[in-house]
Design a protein around this ligand. Sequence first.
Ligand code: PBG
Length: 329
Amino acid sequence: MPGQMTFPASRPRRTRKSEALRRLVAETSLDPAKLIAPFFIKEGIDQAEPVESMPGVVQDSLETLVPAVREAVAAGIRAVILFGIPAEKDAIGSEASSPTGIMARGVEKIRHEFSDEVLVITDLCLDEYTDHGHCGVLTAKGEVDNDATLVSYAEIALSHADAGVDLVAPSGMMDGQVAAIRNALDGAGHVEIGIMAYAAKFASAFYGPFRDAAESAPEFGDRRSYQIDPANGREAVREALLDEEEGADILMVKPAGPYLDIIRSVREATHLPIAAYQVSGEYSAIKAAGAAGYLDEGAVVIESLTAIRRAGAEMIITYFAVPVARSLG
Ligand code: PBG
């Protein structure tokens, strides 16, 4: 038995006493204006098709896209990121830069329907458009050809710009991609179009379900020769700083939840805004555990997004964007 009972001088519990007080001292908050909702638009379908590995996520047709975006806007979402799935794929991903391709038409459609009410971001990559599923064009030996791919990315950027995009988001992790796209956009007079760079994008198994949704699984090999090794934190910061130098406006870290340390390191290394991408595998894992009754889905979603914001991300791309915006509203 201790002789003299001492009272704690400092009591952190005091500010946890009531909900009002907890809200007052909260260091981080969620706001629908900080969430970006992803949409998959598939050419050649009439109705929305469910993505089996991502319950609640669909591939939209050009027709179902507009009502889907309208629902997101009604929930408070102001920004969307689009992924296109073309009817025809080939070795060089020709459809990616087609002015009548699925992406260009999707962007035009949203612009036309929503004008400036919705910020339109496009994923700029080749993997959905190539028959081999890699993010770039290949050399004769079957390796991804960095510099030839840059030429293609520049063309894709111009096609998205002509369609009316606000920000392009290059996700292929080719060296020099941000500079190549910035040059192309500026050269064509699109100085106002921004670049949200997938700056620190890891070679992650958490992208598994996305490759179903975007029909973009590589036919051979993997993406480890262009995406970052999950073991490397300093290299991720180096990538982010290179993208800043090359002219990126927003730096993205991806995946988000398992990479909170990277979000924090990039936050400390730059003054640019940071986006984090809570990817398909993070979504599907929470969904599956929720459906099994192992986790309270709603609570875990809020906690996971709060943690990503706390780590230093201003904005979050998440497949939970619409339901979360609704629950916050
Ligand atoms: C490439 C791209 C991918 C994702 C976003 N853009 C796939 C990949 O790199 O394999 C993954 C997103 C997710 O898992 O939610 N176009």
